[in-house]
Design a binder for this molecule. Sequence first.
Ligand SMILES: Nc1ncnc2c1ncn2[C@@H]1O[C@H](COP(=O)(O)OP(=O)(O)OP(=O)(O)O)[C@@H](O)[C@H]1O
Length: 832
Amino acid sequence: MAEEIDLFKTPTEPSFFVGQVQSEIFNSPDSFFKVLIVSVEESNFDWHEPEITVTGSLGDLSDDRTYRFEGKIVEHPRYGQQFQVTSYHVNQPTSKEGLIEFLSGKQFEGIGKKTAEKIVTELGTDAIDKIVADPHVLDKLKLRKVVKTALIDNLRANQGMDQIIIGLNNLGFGANLSSAIFDKYGDETLHIINENPYKLAVEIDGISFKRADQVAQRLAIPADDPRRIDAAIVQTLDDLTMETGDTYTTTRPLLQQTIQLLAEGSGGHVSTDVVTTRIVELEKNQGICYADKKVYPTALYNAEWQIADHLHRLLTVEPDTLSEKTVEKAVEKIADRSGITYDEIQKEAIKTALNSKVMLLTGGPGTGKTTIINGIVASYAEVHDISLEVDEYKEKAFPVLLAAPTGRAAKRMSEATDLPASTIHRLLGLNGREMPTDLNERDLQGSLLIIDEMSMVDTLLFKTLIQAVPTSMHVVLVGDKDQLPSVGPGQVFHDLLEFAELPKVELTNIHRQSADSTIIPLAHAIKKGELPADLTNKLPDRSFISCHANQVPNVIQQIIDLSKKRDYSADDIQILAPMYRGQAGIDRLNELAQQAYNPPTSDKQEVEFRGQIYRVGDKVLQLVNVPEKNIFNGDIGRITAIESSKTAGKRNETITVDYDDNEVSYSRMEWNQLRLAYCISIHKAQGSQFKMVLLPVVQQFSRMLQRNLLYTAITRAAEKLVLVGEPYAVAMSIKNKGTNRNTSLIDRLTKVWARHSDLTISLEQTTESLSTKDNKSSTAALSSAENVTSQPELLSPENHQYILTADLINANTIDPLIGMENISLQSFHQTK
Ligand SMILES: Nc1ncnc2c1ncn2[C@@H]1O[C@H](COP(=O)(O)OP(=O)(O)OP(=O)(O)O)[C@@H](O)[C@H]1O
């Protein structure tokens, strides 16, 4: 990829030339970056060739028009002199007379000389650029609506997109971000940015508050502009919830960190008083939410209520009643057919699933979750007389929907059930890059939905999923409650299991024979907080190699060498670690394993990217969801080909990765989606299992050492587990139960259920009153029933703001470490 143009550098006198596009050498499919050959008809620099190579962010240029390109000549080490474009436009008249002539020409219907004159007098000789950048500049000219629309449309069709790309370029955005911004806002891009550049931080993935703040500085937006402060508050709140996994924070961290973020931004420091006032104002306009001394991002606040509402909606509709005998018979039949004797809890799980609209199923490793998913699907098909032959559903939707949060977990689910399974994102038609506000309802089709690896599902994704479930559908949520919670905010599965009203079953009997596995008993012991006496013993399927953190690389090296002799390939072994840095960290171990499994040779292509070497044959990890290419966060593949700048030229560099026969090609711009995968983080390994797991556990990781992290890592091992490091570190993590995340889901569920039972009582009273013709009490009962809303707000708005303000003042004054100026009581009293 060409280096992105940085227009923040002090501009020197720009060079320009005028010419027509002759041919296109490169056109990036994912951004506006292009390389063109353009004729040179006129230039203000020394150029003696008929053509020049042009690079930069460019729209689709037509080859029968003449353009004026501005920018600079750069010397490319391989391709020689090139013209790097910073701005370009159709070569149009620049004199007043020429422009009037142009605008009153045939192509602008309804504009005569007089109107054209009016436009040029009002807007100047750069009228066209101004109109394209922001059509609202025409408002003051009072043109007829049809004329105005035709003018704008015509100008935009010819150069609207170009102007937007240039505008974005001028604001310092390179080809990639420009493309993301243009995708979102289209023709309105520059207008929206001019009106509120901070929208970029809130709505475009990859643009931070600080970046938006830089743009705002160019637009001379003052430091204490409400748009700036609001954006900083929202970003701080999002950052805090992402860092902690909580769905809310409190006023103190919000106030402190917002002030800090503003001070670090290019706009500079803002007083506590002003920030306090904006927090109150933003809350009033529902940009953030405040309840019970907790501050929520609006999307998360709403999501927790919506999850509760939707679960209630599903559960209030009775499932088709199945007689106990029918269910019993079906389960027996399925057990016979599969040759399994279900234990009592397993039977109960299948029966509960058949008789409940929503059911939670949890259990540790080897307790039969997969077995029971199969049992539920088969029994469901049996009692409802449904065929599970996929071929029979060419015309209609398959009735059983199976999904998991990661591609690998979905694949395992599909292999275990012999039925189609997909990621939740794919099921919902999401691309994984949506902002919370984009996540709307999509009705699913089918009658039974089973989600596996439910502990990985976060609040926003679950809300999107559950709202797409039609009321007639049965839902079974399966997971292991003791595993790590989701990466995104919330601990949905944990909270749902805590809520008494939801049907649930916990599988507790371990069915994988302990003779086959001592890994499973180890996992169950850890789950209970016990340190097994045989932890450091050498057992057939697990061992513990004691060593200091500094020795970990050496020991891992030896294990790899030994395992290679025993025919374990890099695919069979997965090294897991909780941290990237340090001697026993992911980066170091990746380097070492790469050298061991895939050392450089003269015939193997390799490239360097961000300090890491990628070589043909390397095991790599996909870091984000790209459903269009059928690859998902956590997928592991192998590099099959590399086109480096040496072989294909810098513009065509690619890495090709094979993910189980799905070959995916990454242009250089997409290489940041990849990482070496010999060693991956425990979080990334969730939802996957590996033949052999190598797990360094050292005190160096202390901050990360927690029981559920260790438990998750250990349960990834299907056949062999080798722990490497300090036994004391294992003891430490078993002891450290960690803390639950702060969420309000249980509270929302409780309130929604209580509200509906109140409502039932109220309605019963109403019916009774009506039947006794007592109009007075029936009116009261009706109004109390109607008054119940999804998000009960018992306080008046004024009281609510008063409490928030008081809370903010408290947050500032109580903590002597904040070191901020004391808040004046002005805003407090104003609100009061
Ligand atoms: N009732 C049973 N009788 C005999 N074997 C069983 C029974 N239930 C499960 N198993 C067997 O126990 C093993 C573990 O079951 P299963 O894979 O369903 O558990 P799981 O909870 O999904 O495990 P993991 O989370 O480790 O994948 C399998 O080999 C399965 O066939």
